[in-house]
Design a protein around this ligand. Structure first.
Ligand code: NAD
Length: 296
């Protein structure tokens, strides 16, 4: 049994923390939201009064926060985790944030004598609830080995990606592939419609041809061919357009900082920004509407 402090009990953090409780760990959770804290208590977790209370005596501290600014303040702030956590506590940030912040906070943690991992996830709220997330983990190999049994209680795949920041790099590169491939599949279905080619027929061909990809076969943006895809539920998320835009912007910031050329990533970010002005809450596969609305 491990004593775990869990900070950030939102859509992802709460079900992740609940899986640790179910596995028999002592989880002391804190969130700014009273309701989120109450839900953890109802699921058998310990409700912490504040950040200090959550990390008090914790062997491992896990954070699941919205953005890099939150991670900086929760770790580096005057009464942040680096001031409060026990010496030797293992720090694991599962938020999706910029690579630069992940590296800077890990460096500060190391200087304070604590190991820190960046461990963003893919799999969404469904994966967090089912305990089937994929973790991409950057940091020291020894810290990874220490964290792995805990992460395996929340995920089906726990992958070591290299030095600090590499987990975030893996996450934004993967989601850049996803954003671009969803646009490619959407354009193809919109073109097929204009050409009088039925969606089912294009799916039958492309799912067995060189156009095959996850956006097509697992998450098809038109209703019908893949019954579990959000297109069959009026694009209820899933993974929202706002979240896809966030990740594509992180990828563009990283490309700019590192000098990488990502023209399709840049175009995808622009298209999602345009779509998010009206439909940020819809699943990201609803981007197909941009192309379906195109006039002849
Ligand atoms: P969320 O907004 O539902 O939850 C974030 C929680 O952090 C909120 O409950 C908020 O009150 C809390 N919080 C913010 N500042 C805090 C502070 N200083 N102290 C304590 N609590 C604080 O977001 P989410 O959907 O759970 O996403 C969390 C992270 O996971 C994000 O970085 C997101 O990009 C990433 N992610 C989300 C999904 C998804 O499908 N939702 C999938 C993969 C990755």
């Amino acid at each position: 049994m491990t004593r775990i402090g869990f900070i950030g009990l939102g859509n992802m953090g709460l079900p992740m923390a609940v899986n640790l409780v179910k596995a028999g760990h002592t989880v002391s959770g804190f969130d700014l939201s009273d309701e989120a804290r109450r839900k953890l208590g109802a699921a058998g977790g310990t409700v912490a009064a504040d950040l200090a209370d959550a990390v008090d005596g914790a062997e491992q501290v896990i954070t699941m926060l919205p953005e890099g600014a939150h991670v900086r303040s929760v770790y580096l702030g005057e009464s942040g985790i680096l001031r409060l956590a026990a010496q030797g506590a293992l720090l694991i940030d599962c938020s999706t944030i910029d690579v630069e912040t992940a590296r800077a906070v890990a460096k500060a943690a190391e200087a304070s004598g604590r190991a820190m991992l960046d461990a963003p996830v893919s799999g969404g709220v469904g994966g967090a609830t089912a305990g089937t997330l994929t973790f991409m983990v950057g940091g020291a190999p020894a810290a990874f080995e220490q964290a792995k049994p805990t992460l395996e209680l929340m995920g089906k795949a726990v992958i070591f990606t290299g030095a600090s920041g590499s987990g975030q790099a893996a996450k934004i590169c993967n989601n850049m592939i996803l954003g671009i491939s969803m646009i490619a599949v959407s354009e193809a279905f919109a073109l097929a419609e204009k050409l009088g080619l039925e969606a089912d027929k294009l799916f039958a061909v492309s799912s067995q041809s060189s156009g095959q990809c996850w956006s097509l076969t697992s998450y098809c943006p038109v209703p019908g061919p893949v019954p579990s895809s959000p297109a069959n539920r009026d694009y209820a998320p899933g993974f929202t357009t706002a979240m896809m835009l966030k990740d594509l912007r992180l990828a563009q910031a990283a490309a700019l900082a590192s000098g990488a050329r990502t023209p399709l990533g840049a175009e995808a970010a622009q298209l999602y920004a345009l779509f998010a002005r009206e439909e940020a809450a819809l699943d990201f596969s609803a981007i197909i509407r941009i192309f379906q609305d195109a006039r002849p």
